[in-house]
Structures are given as C-alpha cells and as structure tokens.
Ligand binder design. Structure first.
Ligand SMILES: O=C([C@H](O)CO)[C@H](O)[C@H](O)COP(=O)(O)O
Length: 209
C-alpha cells in the first residue's frame, strides 16, 4: 500500500516545509484542493518540482475536475503532477477526456467517489487503469469504519482493482486497510497537523510495513 500525504489550507512556504518533513516516507504527496484554489495550478509548479527532486515520491494534484476534462488534465500534467483527480459525478464525456489525457501523458486518473451511489459507481467502473477513491466528506460528519467501507466496496465491485481511501483516516486504521488490499491510503490532518510532522509520517508508514 502507498501512503499519500494530503497538504491543505497552508501557504506555499508551509507546504514546502511539509514536503521536506515527510520526505521519502510519503509515497505520494497531494497538493490539496485548497492550495489549487488559492494559488492556481501554474503557481504550484515549484512544489511539483520539489517533490520530483525526491526519488520515488509521486505528486497528486487534487484538482477535483468536474468539467473541461481535457483542458484541466492536460494543464495538470504539464505542471508536473503524476496523479490528478476528477469527480465521479462528472459526465461520462469528462471522465473519458480525463482518462484519455492521463493515458496520453503517462499520468494516472484518480476518480473521487464523494457522494457517488452504487448505481453511479457501476456506470463508471470500467476505467481499468484509474484509481477509485472512496472519499468521506469531512463536512458530512459521517463516521464510517474505512476497513468495513473498503470490504463492502470490494464485494460490490470486484472488477475495480485500484482503490484509494480518504477522509479523516487515522494511523491505527492503516494496517487493516493494507491487509484489505487498498492501493493508496490518504492522510491529511492526522499527519500535517501533528506537532512533529516527520515523526507522524514515519510512524504512519511503519504502521503497515
Ligand atoms: O480531499 C480532501 C478534502 O476534500 C479537502 O480537500 C482531503 O485531502 C482528504 O480528506 C484528506 O484529508 P484529511 O481528511 O484531513 O485526512
């Protein structure tokens, strides 16, 4: 399983400090939606270059595309991101355009399943190389057990092989998620709000090693 560290609601110098602190213990570093909105993708190229300077760490732009798929994904890959996100509620045209962009630019499309019901997921389950992200909205106040959530999803959608999970994930849940075959566990606040970010990330990585 890969550990993805999500960076949100900070300025660029703070994001740089978090990137340096988590270092190689993060398999993927996420530049969160809040940074994309506050600064814009082109202004974040310094961060993508900073991550790429670390060997073996990929960078995800949580751009949450919902329309204009080709334009936004082409731009994101040009800015140096390896993974980009598109909302599962987007039109099939948008999802296909994002997928084509990812395939053409050797990138990865992550589909954010926020608020997607089973019927919707069944309709969009055929993007073989995409990562499907089970995402619980922090605003929803929902407290679902992520391991149970993944198990139910795998039972319902056995054809989906690449699964990520996000939304309030805690260190003690990581081992169960890894054992369940999750490809990417996404942690934001539990690492980036810790007093010692480097230690929190290292301990998270070791929690499922
Ligand atoms: O995607 C996210 C959220 O929608 C805010 O943009 C977060 O990156 C994701 O929820 C991970 O952060 P935590 O919930 O703080 O672990």
């Amino acid at each position: 399983m890969k550990l993805q560290v999500a960076i949100d609601r900070v300025d660029i110098p703070r994001a740089e400090a978090i990137i340096d602190a988590v270092g190689a213990d993060a398999d993927v570093i996420e530049i969160g939606t809040s940074l994309v909105k506050e600064f814009g993708m082109k202004a974040l190229t310094g961060l993508t270059e900073r991550v790429k300077a670390q060997e073996n760490t990929a960078i995800l732009g949580d751009i949450k595309t919902c329309d204009e798929g080709k334009y936004e994904f082409d731009l994101g890959y040009d800015c140096g991101f390896d993974y980009l996100t598109v909302m599962g509620s987007s039109s099939m045209g948008t999802l296909q355009a994002c997928y084509d962009s990812a395939q053409n630019q050797n990138g990865v499309m992550m589909i954010d399943l926020l608020e997607c019901d089973e019927e919707r997921i069944a309709n969009i389950a055929d993007f073989e190389d995409a990562v499907y992200c089970l995402h619980t909205s922090v605003d929803s106040g929902a407290t679902v057990d992520p391991v149970d959530q993944v198990a139910a999803f795998q039972q319902r959608f056995p054809q989906i092989k690449h699964i990520a999970i996000a939304g309030g994930i805690k260190r003690e849940q990581l081992r169960g998620l890894a054992e369940q075959g999750v490809e990417i566990a996404i942690m934001g606040s539990a690492i980036t709000k810790a007093d010692d970010i480097a230690a929190a990330c290292k301990a998270s990585k070791q929690a499922f090693a």
